[in-house]
Design a protein. Structure first.
Length: 80
């Protein structure tokens, strides 16, 4: 589920996870050129989790900054 961006610094500072941290609002911005994309893929008993950090440059060109993949297999239950 996509999260809504903070429109203004005041919205960020009022977030329950942030408001008790004592962060100086003069050191905060609410814009970014980096974004996280998390994908979960399952094919039969194989599952893959892919986390990518996407970077947008000054010309709005998007590229993959980093990527991490986790692959795991679900054990097949034996039928008795």
């Amino acid at each position: 589920m996509a999260q809504q961006p903070f429109a203004v610094i005041k919205d960020f500072m009022n977030d329950p996870m942030i408001k008790t941290k004592g962060i100086d609002p003069n050191l905060v911005g609410v814009s970014s050129n980096y974004f996280a994309v998390i994908s979960h893929i399952q094919i039969d008993k194989t599952q893959v989790r892919l986390q990518s950090i996407i970077k947008r440059d000054a010309q709005s060109k998007v590229s993959v900054y980093s990527r991490q993949e986790s692959l795991w297999y679900e054990k097949l239950s034996e039928k008795k």
